[in-house]
Design a protein around this ligand. Structure first.
Ligand code: TYD
Ligand code: MG
Length: 458
């Protein structure tokens, strides 16, 4: 390409896949209609990199064993749930991405972090590109009083922001949100893939160069109008997702990537009038609204990517008035449920052929993972026999055609999640039992066949 010439590139707004031409479906993440054209000036990008390198100190190779880790390198936020998800506090000089749907409470969470840190005497800088100072003040008033250590800046230009960070030298910086930030050297609009990437690269250099811990807020957007947080997941040290049903008050903070700790942790919060409150016993919230003493209900665990998710499976089995029984499913595969009912009938002698059956996954989730098979089978049988299953019981496992319960991946994570959410008994595939029992206080029951599970429970 000729020097100084601008080129157009198509980017997937969901995962950042780069292409020279427009495509309907992204080969990277299989999302439809996510490609957007952006103008990129290659030569300009190169000079930016050069300038930045000159600003930071020259790196020197050093002996690994000479590096000492002291306790002070982590800052506690005072929000226990968040500290745990981050692997025990904020690491100095780290870059953390907090993703989530708009309106889920990312700004609220980070403002509360700022309040706690400022109270403890840490210098924090909250940079907002979305709200005015008055708006933030109004939100802050709902949350509580702030100490003087808390600085506020409403700015979207990264040049100004880096200057202020260098000048004020805060310990923690919040960028709310990355999609509103822009860098003059990139011609694309704020929120575009190239702009978001370049901005993050600058923040990364600031974080590592000055030892500032930076939190970046990234909105998840389904429409693909702005670049999603997945575009930057590989650049940052820690990725946290804040999720939850907007109509329900609970919120879950999940670690998806963490260079300083495990990603098996979740933090549960409740959104109240005065901001977010930590939930000490999350099981109540997760299963709030769950019917008490009702047959046909069981909790199963599914994996959302690498994240375990507990869901309630409900079944209603009743006598059919017609020759052809009615079967209906919401949130799971219809054919799979039919198959599982056939297995139950053939292998365990349960007469289901004259019954209507309805299976529902609550909460509007769509789950196709075979690991919930055992849960579906037990829910159906519980409804059929009208027997109530313990509310502290969880079951997962794939059911095969001969009624055997097969192993599933990441069984240990599922059991850990169940333990975390206050469950007492886990029915797991026999092959996974040993792995699940390791360091867990929860009672783990391994079953080889569906019949074993039925004998144990019903
Ligand atoms: P916000 O933090 O602005 O979301 P995000 O930054 O992720 O877009 O949170 C917005 C929602 O939180 C809004 O719908 C109102 C609610 N909320 C409360 O219920 N209580 C509170 O004290 C605050 C500050 C917000
Ligand atoms: Mg916000």
């Amino acid at each position: 390409m000729a020097k100084g010439k601008t080129a157009t590139v198509f980017y997937c707004q969901s995962c950042g896949y780069e292409s020279m031409k427009w495509m309907g479906q992204c080969p990277g993440c299989r999302e439809w209609n996510t490609f957007v054209e952006e103008t990129v000036s290659r030569t300009q990008l190169k000079t930016t990199g050069g300038q930045l390198k000159n600003q930071t100190e020259r790196a020197e190779a050093c002996v690994l064993s000479d590096i000492t880790i002291s306790e002070e390198n982590r800052i506690m936020t005072g929000l226990e749930e968040l500290d745990r998800v981050m692997g025990g506090g904020i690491v100095q000089g780290s870059l953390t991405l907090v993703g989530g749907d708009p309106g889920i409470g990312k700004s609220t969470l980070l403002l509360q972090v700022c309040r706690n840190l400022a109270d403890k005497g840490h210098k924090v800088l909250y940079i907002s590109g979305e709200e005015s100072q008055v708006q933030i003040k109004m939100r802050a008033d709902r949350i509580g009083s702030f100490a003087e250590q808390m600085l506020l800046l409403c700015e979207t230009s990264l040049d100004t922001i880096s200057e202020i960070i260098r000048q004020k030298k805060p310990e923690v910086v919040i960028i709310d949100s990355i999609q509103t930030m822009y860098n003059d050297n990139v011609s694309a609009a704020p929120g575009s893939v190239s702009q978001v990437r370049e901005s993050t690269a600058i923040l990364l250099q600031l974080a590592k160069g000055l030892g500032v811990s930076v939190f970046i807020v990234g909105h998840v957007t389904k429409e693909g109008t702005v670049a999603g947080p997945r575009v930057l997941e590989h650049m940052v040290d820690t990725v946290l997702y804040f999720e939850g049903d907007r109509h329900a008050s609970y919120r879950i903070l999940r670690g998806v990537k963490n260079r300083f700790g495990s990603t098996n942790e979740i933090g549960v919060f409740e959104m109240r009038e005065q901001g977010l409150v930590e939930v000490q016993n999350p099981s109540e919230y997760m299963l709030s609204g769950r019917p008490e003493n009702a047959s046909g209900s069981i909790v199963a665990c599914t994996m959302e990517g690498t994240r375990p998710l507990l869901i309630e499976i409900q079944a209603l089995v009743c006598h059919s008035n017609f020759g052809i029984p009615r079967r209906q499913t919401t949130g799971t595969d219809f054919n799979r449920v039919n198959l599982l009912m056939a297995v139950l009938e053939k292998r365990s002698g349960v007469q289901l052929s004259g019954c209507d059956a309805y299976v529902n996954i609550t909460g509007g989730m769509k789950i196709m993972e075979p690991a919930i098979d055992l849960g579906i089978v037990l829910a159906i049988l519980s409804s059929f026999r009208n027997k109530v299953l313990s509310p502290k019981l969880l079951a997962f496992g794939e059911v095969g055609l001969s009624g055997e319960v097969r192993g599933v991946s990441m069984a240990k994570q599922r059991v850990t999640e169940a333990e975390k959410l206050g469950f007492e008994v886990c029915i797991v595939p026999y092959v996974c039992m040993e792995e699940c029992q390791k360091n867990s206080k929860i009672k783990v029951v391994g079953v080889k066949t569906v019949q074993d599970a039925i004998d144990y429970l019903l």
